[in-house]
Design a binder for this molecule. Structure first.
Ligand SMILES: Cc1cc2nc3c(=O)[nH]c(=O)nc-3n(C[C@H](O)[C@H](O)[C@H](O)COP(=O)(O)OP(=O)(O)OC[C@H]3O[C@@H](n4cnc5c(N)ncnc54)[C@H](O)[C@@H]3O)c2cc1C
Length: 419
């Protein structure tokens, strides 16, 4: 019997499920066809986007295109290439605009609808501006590869635009993981730019504007303190307890009425489930429009539909906390969903998803990172190396060690330009 499995989204969750299932034979009685649909041709490695947004590329004639190629391949990789040798996986570039859960059909923007026996919703998240007036219009998000390029170019452009005797002001809305990673690396990038544009190094300013009283909400107080100390040492400025009311022209307006001028504003403070979820008829939506899933990660009330990653609302029963939107959660969920898909096909009972706290590694400028995992706390070069090894291993599980090593090495060469 042939089972048609459709996966919407080729990110951390969707690509992992397709990869696991591509290796599954299913025995002589079962054959699976997997269609992986993504609106982009590329799989994005988001943890490297802060590096793309701050990559200094020396402008030597003939040098630029190669470095841009390296920059791109370090963060995005063609989905088709990831599944080149997997005969039962077809990659379809297309935008899903809705699902008819009763007729088991996925509707696409510019192609005919696609039928499925089992569907996986893995379309990820998008930037949440929390309806802050002027934020969507004025701030740059950091969510997809092209956002990262835009941030990079906007900062470069600001060093051209702002008069030489003025300080170039970069404001980052949100002191979470993405905001802190970006700020740490930005300092090196701005110093390079200052030199290239003939300004003193200290004529660039990077400020994190944070609503809470600490950085890295959700992390331990010790990690929060260390991150602040590290960023302070690099020269990053902070505004804590400063919820943003709006953005007007070149000024961020805080709720207390004070104004912060900026030349480039980057918004890293919020994500919500992909807007696609709002079109799902009969599916219960939870906080941030995430789809509600049962313990087996099936999207209620449909028994042949699973949710994985950022799009899914999942509570860790042990802690009572909602699982964060992270790659490690998406990958772990993907392993359970792949297993449950096999079990549906084999008519076996499904297994319940068991969350696991993987911990954090946060790079903060140059070859320095903070690590916190299972009671272990490290800072400095070693955690940075651990992050590099995790990145290399991640790519290897998708494209094999040889290609992974090449991608990782070329990315590293480009990123280290800042240090
Ligand atoms: C800048 C940044 C840095 C991050 N750093 C880390 C980190 O260091 N560690 C960590 O654990 N997590 C990190 N995260 C979070 C992590 O990237 C996400 O939690 C993870 O990508 C979620 O996986 P996913 O499969 O749910 O979604 P994604 O990986 O986002 O994949 C969703 C896919 O769906 C596709 N898609 C969307 N809409 C449609 C549609 N309508 N039709 C077809 N396809 C569609 C998208 O193109 C995308 O490829 C970071 C996120 C960002 C933005």
């Amino acid at each position: 019997m042939v089972h048609e499995i459709v996966i919407v989204g080729g990110g951390f969750g969707g690509a992992r499920i397709a990869k696991i299932l591509s290796k599954w034979s299913g025995g002589s009685r079962h054959h699976i066809n997997i269609t992986l649909i993504d609106k982009s041709r590329y799989h994005t490695f988001y943890p490297n986007l802060y590096e793309v947004a701050t990559a200094h590329i020396p402008e030597i004639f003939g040098h630029l295109p190669l470095d841009f190629f390296n920059l791109k391949s370090s963060a995005v990789y063609p989905l088709e290439d990831i599944f080149l040798d997997d005969l039962n996986v077809s990659v379809l570039e297309g935008e899903v605009v809705g699902v008819d859960f009763k007729k088991n059909k996925v509707r696409l923007k510019n192609s005919p609808a696609l039928s499925y026996d089992i569907l996986v919703l893995a379309a990820g998240s998008e930037t949440n501006y929390f309806n802050i007036a002027g934020m969507g219009q004025n701030a740059l998000p950091l969510k997809v590869f092209f956002d990262a390029l835009e941030v990079r170019n906007a900062i470069d452009e600001a060093f051209f635009r702002v008069p030489k005797n003025h300080i170039v002001k970069i404001a980052i809305g949100g002191g979470g993981f993405t905001g802190c990673e970006l700020a740490g690396e930005l300092i090196g990038y701005m110093k390079k730019l200052a030199r290239v544009h003939g300004r003193p190094e200290y004529y660039g300013e990077c400020m994190i504007i944070e609503a809470a009283e600490n950085l890295l909400g959700g992390a331990s107080p010790s990690l929060q303190k260390k991150a602040k100390a590290r960023l302070e040492k690099l020269g990053v400025k902070f505004k804590f307890k400063s919820p943003i009311h709006g953005v007007e022209g070149q000024e961020v307006i805080l709720e207390n009425g004070s104004k912060i001028p900026y030349d480039v504003l980057v918004w890293t403070a919020g994500v919500k489930a992909n807007d696609l979820t709002k079109s799902f008829f009969g599916v219960k939506l939870e906080k941030n429009s995430c789809v509600a899933a049962d313990k087996t990660l099936r999207v209620l009330p449909y028994e042949n539909v699973f949710g994985v990653g950022d799009i899914t609302y999942c509570v860790d029963e042990a802690t009572g906390k909602v699982l964060p939107m992270t790659a490690s959660v998406a990958i772990r969920e993907a392993k359970y969903v792949a297993e449950n898909i096999k079990r549906i096909i084999l008519k076996k009972p499904l297994i319940n998803y068991k969350p696991h706290q993987a911990g954090f590694i946060i790079p903060l400028g140059g070859k320095y990172a903070l690590l916190e995992s299972h009671g272990i706390r490290l800072s400095g070069f070693l955690p940075w190396i651990v992050k590099q090894m995790i990145t290399l291993h991640y790519w290897a599980t998708l494209v094999g060690w040889i290609k992974a090593f090449r991608l990782w090495k070329s990315g590293l060469e480009t990123y280290l330009e800042n240090d």
